[in-house]
Design a protein around this ligand. Structure first.
Ligand SMILES: Cc1cc2nc3c(=O)[nH]c(=O)nc-3n(C[C@H](O)[C@H](O)[C@H](O)COP(=O)(O)OP(=O)(O)OC[C@H]3O[C@@H](n4cnc5c(N)ncnc54)[C@H](O)[C@@H]3O)c2cc1C
Length: 472
């Protein structure tokens, strides 16, 4: 028999204290409202455990009483994984577990608890002359547990990999309350299945991550940053390949943005001035790092070479920290500025890098055929083959009515092209509750069987993030 909300709050209070339990719906706003405003279910309670032992106690109780549990970090996820689906779940916020337990620059490791805000992990690493190179626009709020559970990407994947590649080991509480002590700083460990890789990217469906050992790297001496005018995504791909050949692993970021993105940011006052070298249909934001004592000017030299080859016609290099900040703001404000233009239909997709131009050309053609006047806004991590393929509503139409008519048809058109090009329907945001059905439609059936078997083995009562990802 399912417990009443009142009983849930009473039980949680007995376990972790009244100060750490929120039972009143009017105080839960910050935990149940998510960035895309698509999901609106309430929770039975919000619990804020202050120790790993308290997380264990909550899960032991929840497993016994079959109460659905949703782990939550910074609540910045874009697919609704961190907020309720049914309305009777308990949100377990890891916000209070926010200690950096250890940091060892010589070994290149940092052990951080799940509730550490990414920006604080950056500061802790930098205080030791190192970096934790996971950078994304939500870094002021997103927390280590959430970032790992959604295997976050961001703008530095090209050089350092995504969250999974930055994780050496995790500590996690299983559905029955047992603690998996998998913190590790081993570079090599072939003792059976890689359980860390299973928990990273599991979106809270297999366990609650309480801490992680993370890779940190020597801090580059400085960065060279440029905004290059490119005629098309095809030209962008050629430029990426040419720069990669010349610069190799020091090429940290290669992001593309269409001119429509610049127009919106200038129109809505998001940029104090145009950071580009002048009008162009597309722009590439490129960044290269220089390590201590290493030669400078690699990006400048490479850009001069491709200019001489006729691959590009115009570019501007950042000459100050303010220039660099403005260039990055141009890229990072893309999601936010779109909301100033009414509703938009969004996709976080990836294809093999060589297929990015086809994806963009075919996607724009297909969707413009369906809805003339729709405004395409594909932008993002070209260097990873990951494009945020967004479309703003046509000017002058009712946003809600347009979404009702267009949302599904546009998704179908884009996902169809992505799959034909051998791509993924979720490059970095995950499945959550947004893409549960889509996953069932597009994922290999053997892979789905394997994932279902793992879920049932680790969470037989289905208490961890019920209904999310696999829909069970
Ligand atoms: C402006 C903006 C920009 C963004 N840019 C990017 C980007 O460039 N790249 C990118 O990858 N993402 C991006 N995101 C998405 C989001 O920031 C990431 O998915 C981030 O990793 C989520 O971290 P969080 O702490 O907010 O997790 P939450 O949103 O709280 O949770 C995300 C998922 O992880 C689970 N979870 C949370 N904590 C734990 C835990 N301790 N143990 C187990 N499961 C847990 C939740 O149940 C949920 O399924 C962006 C979001 C915003 C709002």
């Amino acid at each position: 028999m399912s417990l009443s909300s009142h009983q849930i709050v009473t039980d949680l209070t007995a376990l972790i204290g009244a100060h750490a339990v929120i039972g009143e719906p009017e105080r839960m706003g910050g935990y149940v409202k998510e960035p895309r405003k698509r999901f609106h279910a309430q929770a039975s309670a919000v619990a804020l455990p202050g120790s790993v032992a308290q997380v264990q106690a909550i899960l032991r109780w929840a497993n016994e009483r079959e109460v659905g549990i949703i782990a939550q970090g910074g609540n910045t996820g874009l697919v609704g994984g961190q907020v309720p689906l049914r309305g009777d779940e308990v949100i377990v916020s890891l916000a209070k577990l926010d200690r950096i337990r250890a940091i060892d620059p010589a070994a290149g490791t940092m052990t951080a608890e799940a509730g550490v805000i990414l920006e604080n992990a950056h500061k802790a690493a930098e205080a030791q002359g190192t970096i934790f190179p996971l950078w994304l626009a939500s870094q002021g709020s997103a927390r280590i547990g959430g970032l790992l559970s959604s295997n976050a990407g961001g703008v530095n994947v090209l050089a350092y990999g995504n969250a999974r590649e930055l994780t050496m080991g995790v500590e996690a509480v299983l559905a029955d309350g047992r603690l998996y002590q998998g913190l590790s700083s081993l570079k090599k460990d072939n003792t059976g299945y890689d359980l860390k890789d299973l928990l990273v990217g599991a979106e809270g469906t297999l366990g609650i991550i309480t801490a992680a050992s993370l890779k940190i790297y020597p801090k580059p001496e400085d960065y060279e940053t440029a905004l290059v005018n490119i005629a098309s995504p095809d030209a962008g791909l050629m430029l990426f390949q040419a720069l990669h050949e010349r610069i190799g692993a020091r090429l940290n970021a290669f992001e593309i943005v269409p001119v429509f993105g610049l127009e919106l940011q200038l129109r809505h006052g998001f940029l104090d001035r145009d950071p580009t070298a002048g009008p162009s249909p597309w722009y590439a934001l490129i960044e290269v790092s220089r390590m201590k004592g290493g030669p400078g000017g690699a990006l400048q030299a490479a850009i001069e070479a491709v200019f001489a080859d006729g691959l590009i016609e115009n570019a501007v290099m950042a000459e100050s920290l303010a220039d660099r900040a403005r260039m990055w703001a141009f890229r990072e404000q893309m999601s936010e500025v779109q909301s100033m233009e009414g509703t938009s239909i969004k996709h976080d997709v990836s294809v093999p890098i060589a297929a990015v131009p086809q994806l963009i050309a075919q996607g724009i053609a297909a969707v413009e055929r369906l809805f003339p006047g729709i405004r395409p806004m594909p932008f993002g991590h070209m260097g990873d083959g990951n494009i945020h393929f967004n479309f703003s509503q046509p000017v002058g139409v009712d946003g809600k009515a347009f979404m009702a008519e267009a949302d599904e048809m546009v998704h179908e058109a884009i996902y169809d092209i992505v799959l034909k090009l051998g791509g993924s329907v979720s490059a970095e945001h995950g499945i959550g509750q947004l893409k549960v059905q889509l996953l069932q439609q597009v994922k290999d059936s053997v892979a789905l069987d394997m994932m279902g078997a793992i879920k049932k083995a680790l969470d037989p009562k289905g208490i961890l993030n019920p209904g999310k990802m696999l829909g069970i």
